[in-house]
Design a protein around this ligand. Structure first.
Ligand SMILES: Nc1ncnc2c1ncn2[C@@H]1O[C@H](COP(=O)(O)OP(=O)(O)OP(=O)(O)O)[C@@H](O)[C@H]1O
Length: 228
């Protein structure tokens, strides 16, 4: 069975090439993500975590190397194709929720599905099922400002999974929350990931959370290494 969802091969990235400010951030990053696994990405500040997540999520291009999603090399495709693939195959979660403030929790999860051609009824049903799964169905009609930080982040997780991506990329998804809320909200994220059977690459400085994932990788000196 080929359950590989994403393969990163030989990724390099240098900023400000040929100038005194040149920074060689990625020097040959290789990574294989399998369906159903959650991988912790641990990196000292400035090591290139955001650069790596942006390239894996097709928001940026590597200088060299490939990004394969479900067996297709997609890194070098045109902007429109990469945008379409990103919408369909990749979900993002950031440290701050980035929900649209003028829309309800339900609408924030429904809208990306409508943009992908899903019917309104089906989109709402899926949104409610996701909200229910993370324990915030009762807050479906609230706008983000009327939700707690933990609730906002749970809604953001549901939005990231709305279009059934193959891969979830998260950058400190609970970094903005107090330790107890962070612990609970991370549990909600992991149950969504396990239910959906997708791959998750989750950047975190929190080693307790990292320990709850299937494996841990450290980004250091431009390459990924397993953490024991
Ligand atoms: N557009 C850019 N132009 C020039 N240098 C950049 C650019 N983006 C990032 N860098 C540099 O590349 C390095 C890695 O940046 P990146 O944002 O990927 O790190 P990070 O690991 O996400 O950091 P943090 O955890 O502090 O957010 C840093 O030294 C940063 O200053």
């Amino acid at each position: 069975m080929n359950d590989l969802t994403m393969r990163l091969n030989g990724l390099t990235k240098t900023y400000l090439k040929g100038t005194p400010g040149e920074v060689q951030v990625l020097r040959g990053v290789d990574l294989e993500l399998r369906a159903g696994e959650a991988v912790a990405l641990v990196a000292p500040s400035g090591a290139g975590k955001s650069t790596l997540l942006h390239i894996a999520g097709l928001l940026d291009k590597p200088d060299e190397g490939s990004v394969e999603i479900a067996g297709q090399n997609v890194a070098g495709r045109g902007d429109r194709t990469r945008t379409a693939l990103r919408r369909q195959d990749v979900g993002f979660v950031y440290q701050f929720h980035h929900l649209l403030p003028e829309f309800t929790a339900l609408e924030n999860i429904t809208l990306p599905q409508l943009a992908n051609g899903v019917s309104e009824k089906a989109a709402q049903d899926r949104a409610m099922a996701l909200l229910d799964r993370v324990g915030v169905a009762a807050r479906a009609k609230h706008r983000p400002a009327a939700l707690s930080g933990g609730e906002q982040q749970r809604v953001a997780f549901c939005r990231a999974l709305a279009n059934k991506p193959r891969v979830l990329l998260a950058d400190e998804p609970t970094g903005n929350l107090d330790p107890e809320t962070s612990d609970q909200v991370f549990g909600a994220l992991m149950s969504l990931v396990r239910d959906a059977g997708l791959s998750a690459l989750i950047a975190t400085h929190n080693m307790d959370l990292a320990a709850r994932m299937d494996r841990k990788l450290r980004l250091e000196a431009g390459v990924l290494k397993p953490v024991e």
